[in-house]
Design a protein around this ligand. Structure first.
Ligand SMILES: Nc1ncnc2c1ncn2[C@@H]1O[C@H](COP(=O)(O)OP(=O)(O)OP(=O)(O)O)[C@@H](O)[C@H]1O
Ligand SMILES: [Mg+2]
Length: 426
């Protein structure tokens, strides 16, 4: 991400993304360098034990993981974290498309920012159950009088302004528990951002979004799906199964503990049988005094392939059942830890029948090579979206200078602005 001019306000600010996943909790710190380029300067990752299928089920275990991940990222970057953008996920997430209409009231029927705010407000006025809250309202396109497909209607002349939006809602209690963990770990949540939206920010390119594509985030406990059509999010769904199921299958079939199955999966796992040498064998560790044994790698691959194929089929069926498959012209982009499975893109191509690639965070400066990895897509995307939100606020935030001792200002001051902005739109 390259920003042309230097930004004094953001040059002293750190932007922190916190991805509290089922398998791992990961904190990523981003900072603008003097050239105005967003750089990743700290990353901390620890295993998660307090979540089930993307939802917090153990506050104490989760807050410990949050504290440790942030501490590790702080150590790497040499900066102190006070607040962070937190990813939210889970089977409770739902996305709906909605539309709002208003009359243009500006002088000479010129569409103003106020008109745009009003039309988004009108579009978000849908009835949602009491136990849910709106996480995002994302404009897809505008219609001015009868002219469709307008991206930015500001200053256009018209009588009637319509907006099409994608509204993402989630369970209030799930969000509250997430925020509680962050607060009890000693940090403030600057905002909650849907994890797949963050991953999309980090890995999708504009062509894919314009053509229409499907982002499939293969996590430990869930597989998060986000479909783009005509440049904007159009469909969101979460499948309550992920890489943990693959490990579980291996553990049962090979009769080894989960930890051993996980290690085997990561070291020798492959999910596309045509790529496996029939002669190749893998060593399955012995358990309870039994000697290790050798099995054909093909045997292990067929277990993994069956489960991953089922997962991909579920994704395709969900999208097809909505009648949206025709939008997926730009292909399928796999990300998340599970996308590192050898053969994942080939198997996905067999199921989806459209181009498939594995997406890693790409367009961020200063990202140390080892973190250009699909596991970090969500956390890096949280930093990128967070940075964009701060840039949107920059205009009315005074420049903060280093204090007398030359110590750099921390990111505490932007909290109020952010929360005001969130109240308005997200
Ligand atoms: N090299 C690898 N090969 C195969 N699978 C892998 C590899 N590395 C990680 N995984 C799997 O990826 C999964 C974890 O992915 P990720 O870190 O994206 O999950 P998470 O974000 O913590 O979970 P969720 O998004 O479901 O809450 C685990 O099931 C893990 O076994
Ligand atoms: Mg995840």
């Amino acid at each position: 991400m390259c920003i042309a001019s230097r930004r004094p306000f953001l040059s002293d600010t750190i932007i922190v993304g916190l991805d509290i996943g089922t398998a791992k909790t990961c904190a990523v710190i981003g900072e603008y360098n003097d050239a105005g380029v967003l750089e990743i300067t700290g990353v901390g990752t620890v295993p998660s034990t307090g979540l089930r299928k993307g939802v917090v089920v153990n506050i104490e275990a989760t807050l410990q993981a949050v504290a440790k991940a942030i501490e590790a990222a702080e150590l790497m970057s040499g900066r102190e974290v006070k607040e962070c953008f937190v990813g939210v996920a889970g089977a409770n997430i739902e996305g709906i498309n909605s539309r709002g209409v208003v009359a243009v009231t500006g002088k000479n029927r010129e569409i103003s920012r106020e008109d745009m705010t009003r039309v988004i407000e009108a579009a978000r006025a849908v009835v949602i159950p009491m136990d849910r809250e709106v996480l995002h309202v994302i404009p897809q396109s505008y219609i001015v009088d009868d002219q469709k497909g307008i991206r930015n209607p500001l200053d256009m002349i018209g009588v009637r302004l319509e907006a099409e939006v994608h509204i993402i809602t989630g369970s209030i209690t799930t969000a509250q528990n997430l925020i509680r963990c962050v607060n009890r770990a000693g940090f403030k949540a600057s905002g909650l951002i849907l994890q797949s939206l963050a991953a999309a920010r980090a890995v999708l390119n504009n062509d894919e979004k314009e053509l229409g594509c499907l982002l499939v985030d293969l996590g430990g406990g869930t597989t998060d799906v986000l479909m783009y059509a005509d440049g904007a999010p159009y469909y969101t769904t979460v499948i309550g199964a992920g890489g943990a199921q693959v490990t579980n299958d291996l553990s049962i079939i090979l009769n080894v503990p989960m930890e051993a199955a996980e290690r085997l999966k990561k070291d020798s796992g492959i999910c596309f049988l045509p790529h496996v040498d029939p002669e190749e064998r893998v060593i399955v560790p012995g358990v309870g005094g039994r000697a290790p044994r050798e099995i054909p790698r093909l045997e292990m691959a067929s277990v993994i392939q069956s489960r991953m194929e089922e997962l991909f089929m579920m994704v395709k069926e969900r999208v097809e059942s909505m009648g949206y498959w025709r939008h997926v012209k730009g292909g399928v982009i796999l990300t998340g830890g599970g996308s590192q499975m050898q053969g994942a893109a080939d198997l996905a191509y067999k199921v989806f029948g459209v181009p498939v690639r594995v997406g890693s965070p790409a367009s961020t400066g200063g990202l140390i090579e080892e973190y250009r990895n699909p596991v970090y897509s969500t956390a890096v995307g949280l930093v990128q979206i967070g940075a964009e939100r701060l840039i949107a606020l920059e205009g009315d935030e005074p420049t903060r200078k280093p204090d007398k001792k030359g110590k750099k200002a921390k990111n505490g001051g932007v909290g109020r602005k952010i929360s005001d902005w969130f109240k308005e739109f997200f």
